[in-house]
Design a protein around this ligand. Sequence first.
Ligand code: GLY
Length: 401
Amino acid sequence: MRVVIIGGGVIGLVTAWRTAQRGARVTVVDPAPGGGAARVAAGMLAAVTELHYGEEALLALNLASARRYPEFTAELSAASGQETGYRTCGTLAVALDADDRAHLRELHALHRRCGLDSAWLTGRECRRLEPMLAPGVRGGLRVDGDHQVDPRRLAAALLTACERAGVDFVRQRAGRLTVTGDQAAGVALEDGTEVAADRVVLAAGSESGRLAGVPREVLPPVRPVKGQILRLRVPPVYAPFLSRTVRALVRGGHVYLVPRADGELVLGATSEEQGWDTTVTAGGVYELLRDAHELVPGITELPLVETLAGLRPGSPDNAPLLGPTALPGLYLATGHHRNGVLLAPVTGDALARVLTDGGLPGEIRPFSPRRFDRAAREDTAGESAAPRGAARENTAQRSHA
Ligand code: GLY
C-alpha cells in the first residue's frame, strides 16, 4: 500500500507517522515539512475554553483528542527522542468589564449544559491564582483540563518520528493531483515528476482548496483565516510571569497568553478574512498589545521577540474534513481551523485506520468531507463565480480563539 500525503504540517505529519506505523509505504510532499500553520500557532489545547454555541459535535472530537494527548506525546517523545513542550497547566479565562463578564457567564452555563469541568471565580480569586492580572479583572473561569503544547517542538518531533518510521519526504510543491480513470493515482510535482500512490491524502491546510487536478465536486471548501500572533520572552527575573494559559475578553476583544516552561510567552491572535495575506500589521500588533496590557500591565516590560501571521484552514462549519471523498483513492485531512494542534492525535489515528484497513472510526463520521457534497453540486450547477478559498469580505475581528 503506497500512500502519498500532500502537506507536511502537523496534520500531514501525524497522519504519515501513524500510517507508516501500520505498515504502509508513506511519502510526504512538502517543500518545507514541519512548517505550516503550526509554526505560528500558540498550541492551546482548549477544547473547553474555546467552545462555541452550535459546535457540540466538534466538542466531542476535541475532547477525544485532548484525552489522547498525554499518551500521544509520551509515545512521540520516545519515538523521536524529542520533547513536545506538553504542559498540563490548565487555563484561566477572565473578563475585564461587565459585558465581558456576562459573556463569560454564558460560556460557563454552556459548559454546565455540556457536562464540562469549569469553575466560576471572582476577580480576587483570579488574581490570587495569577497575581500579574490587572486589578480590573471582574471574574473568570478556571478550567484545569485545557492544557498546552509547543507546536514547533511538536512538528519537529513528528518530523523525526516520521523519518525513523521510514516515511519518505519529497521537498517540493505538489503541482496537481493525478487521476486515472475515476481514481486518484498520485501527485505530479511542480517539476513534472509523478509520485504514484494507491491512496492520496490532501492535508495542505488552507491551501487544500486550490490544488490543481482535484475535481471541483471534491475540492474541499477551506479558506485561509489570518491570525497575527506575537512571541515575547519572560526573563528569569520576572518568572513565573503567568503559571497557566490566560485567555480574556477585553471589552469584547479576545486575547490569549500562553506561557511556556522555557520562558516563551505567546500572545494571540487576530482572526481576519483577508485571503492569502500574511502581512503583520501595525493595527494587529497594536490591538493585541493594547488588550494584553489592560489584562496584564507588566507585559510591556517584556522583550518582544517575534511577530508573525499564519493562515488557519477555515471550513464552512468550523470543523475539519476527515476521511474519504467521492473520488476513490482521495482522502482529506484538512479544515481544522482553530483546532489543528488539538486535533492532531485523533486525526492521525483515524486517518491511519481508514487508509490502511478501510474502517471509518465512529468519532470522525460526523466530519466526513461528503457533508459538503450537496453544496458543491449546487455550486457547480449554478456556476458560482467565486472560487473556493477565494478572499472573502474583510470582516477582520479579534479571534474567538
Ligand atoms: N486556537 C487558537 C487560534 O486559532 O488562534
